[in-house]
Write a protein that binds this ligand. Structure first.
Ligand code: PHE
Length: 359
């Protein structure tokens, strides 16, 4: 045992202490009075009384002493630990009160900009499309994403053996009706809303219906298994194909700019006759054979359209001898991709802020 003895500061009856304890106590105290700030305090705490601090290690070494010395040494080391902890608390409150009231704000620090939210690019595009039609007198409606087979297919003159009804294109709900038919599905297009609107309203009808659709398809740069469409429907006496062309052309100029050109070509959809596909001129080129966007054609298809099929009007309870109409359905992601030059549809739903915050 070393001879050096430290005063315990309590009463004279305390046993003499090991020199290591005394030395550590002196060292820790002077280090504590040298601390100036919260970092210094933390360092001090780790060094002396923390989990692997020196006082803690000292306490742990008690076991290796001869049995008759353990009790006295252990008590002394414990006392040292308590004493240093008390000194630490005192020093800590000195330092924090010198630093100002707790929680005081440093007004010289520059502020942090709050991140501002914004609308998803698809929501923005839907709104642009519906307001272009709104300016031409079309009202906006919405309808169910979980739809009856009757509206999605039958009312739209899509026969039972049409490939669109195949299980590889449609998400069917796991529900069977009384006839054993699976009759509920996730709508594969917004066209069923044509039938719902016609059933519930009398002509004249001018509506646009934005909404999400689902198709059981593999995803790639231009296909998602869920996507948005905007359906357009106008029904009245005397509506002609010229109305279809004029309205859709005006829409394209509103959304893609006054220089936009459009092209109509024949296409087939069971619920229109005649049916067309509408394309706008490629934003990227002027028919350059090397263009990756339009593959050299100079045109990009954005929607299907046509005159409402007489059978669809009849099923909705309208007299096709009296009323005619036109309908169109466009892919919203497609429109957004063309407007902004985006090459992969999957960006829209990856929730990557680096992409989304550009819009
Ligand atoms: N519903 C069709 C589709 O999803 C688009 C369309 C709508 C075509 C209206 C003609 C008329 O492909």
């Amino acid at each position: 045992m070393a001879e050096s003895v430290i005063p315990t500061g309590t009463d004279g009856a305390e046993p003499p202490l090991d020199g290591r304890i005394a030395a550590l106590r002196d060292e820790a105290r002077s280090a504590l009075s040298a601390t100036r700030d919260a970092d210094g305090l933390q360092e001090w705490r780790n060094r002396y009384v923390g989990r692997s601090g020196e006082v803690t290690l000292l306490l742990r070494s008690v076991g290796s002493l001869p049995a008759d010395e353990r009790a006295a040494f252990g008590q002394a080391a414990n006392r040292l630990k308590n004493e240093l902890q008390a000194s630490f608390d005192e020093r800590e409150s000195e330092i924090t009160s010198a630093a100002g009231p707790a929680g005081a704000i440093d007004v010289t620090l520059s502020g942090r900009h709050p991140i501002r939210g914004r609308l998803h690019p698809i929501t923005q595009t839907v709104r642009e499309i519906t307001s272009a039609f709104g300016a031409m007198g079309f009202q906006t409606f919405e309808g169910p994403e979980v739809e009856l087979e009757r509206y999605n297919f039958t009312a739209m003159n899509i026969p039972a053996d049409h490939p669109a009804r195949d299980m590889f294109d449609t998400f069917w709900l796991d529900r069977v009706d009384e006839d054993g038919d699976r009759s509920i599905l996730l709508r594969t297009h917004t066209s069923p809303m044509q039938a719902r609107i016609m059933e519930s309203q009398e002509p004249p009808i001018r509506v646009v219906i934005p909404g999400r659709c689902y198709r059981y398809e593999a995803t790639d740069a231009s296909h998602e298994w869920h996507f948005y469409q905007v359906e357009v429907l106008a029904v009245d006496e005397g509506i002609t194909f010229a109305d279809l062309k004029g309205t859709l052309y005006e829409f394209a100029r509103q959304v893609f700019g006054p220089e936009c050109k459009v092209r109509f070509r024949c296409d087939f959809f069971p619920f229109v006759e005649p049916g067309v596909e509408m394309a706008v001129n490629c934003f990227n080129c002027d028919g350059d054979p090397a263009c990756r966007i339009c593959r050299g054609s100079g045109w990009l298809e954005i929607m299907g359209a046509g005159m409402v099929h007489p059978e669809v009007l009849r099923r909705a309870g309208y007299d096709p001898g009296r009323y005619t109409g036109f309908a169109a359905g466009m892919g919203v992601e497609r429109v957004a991709m063309l407007k902004h030059g985006i090459e992969d549809i999957r960006h829209f739903y990856a929730n990557d802020m680096r992409f989304l915050s550009q819009f």
